[in-house]
Design a protein around this ligand. Structure first.
Ligand SMILES: [Zn+2]
Ligand SMILES: [Zn+2]
Length: 170
């Protein structure tokens, strides 16, 4: 009877230990074995992380059509007509030409074959959006062209091993 009572009361009062918060430097007590931050700082850190994550996510989401954004080329405000729009209408032509001539300069430097690939409606923009999302998160820029080239390389390798399997003597 006495033993049971003692055990119960021991379990009901876990030992509190004192830690120094690495954020605010205040001492705090907790029954946990390890703690870096006091309750307030831990909550604040979690809140900050969630906020940063949401902001990153929000920036990736397409801006609502009809809203305004600042053109990075000329600094003027412009009306957003599509989610992927980066510059104002006036700069768009200049911008597209600049990108085109940059791409052409790279690809005319060496000999390339050109193939035309037909994609199902919507797949091109889906691919472009995915690559853009990847670029935003990783900082690594992969063009649709590079992506398709990589995909072809991978598939060729796979095809090589399939051919090798078929050629195996029985
Ligand atoms: Zn603290
Ligand atoms: Zn502009």
């Amino acid at each position: 009877m006495i033993i049971i009572k003692a055990e119960t009361s021991k379990a009901a009062t876990p030992v509190e230990k004192t830690f120094k918060c690495q954020q605010c430097g205040n001492d705090f007590t907790t029954t946990a074995n390890h703690a870096k931050y006091c309750k307030d700082c831990a909550r604040q850190r979690q809140f900050d992380r969630a906020k940063a994550y949401n902001e990153k996510k929000k920036n990736l989401q397409l801006r609502p059509l009809g809203s305004t954004d600042i053109c990075p080329e000329c600094g003027n405000e412009y009306l957003v007509k599509s989610g992927s729009q980066k510059v104002c209408e006036n700069c768009r032509k200049k911008y597209t030409n600049k990108m085109k001539s940059k791409t052409n300069a790279v690809y005319s430097a060496k000999a390339y074959d050109v193939i035309t690939v037909y994609l199902k409606k919507g797949e091109k923009s889906e691919l472009k959006n995915k690559l853009e999302e990847y670029k935003q998160l990783s900082g690594e820029d992969i063009s649709v062209n590079e992506f398709i080239n990589e995909a072809i390389k991978k598939m060729l390798k796979e095809l090589d091993s399939k051919i090798a399997d078929l050629e195996l003597p029985f």
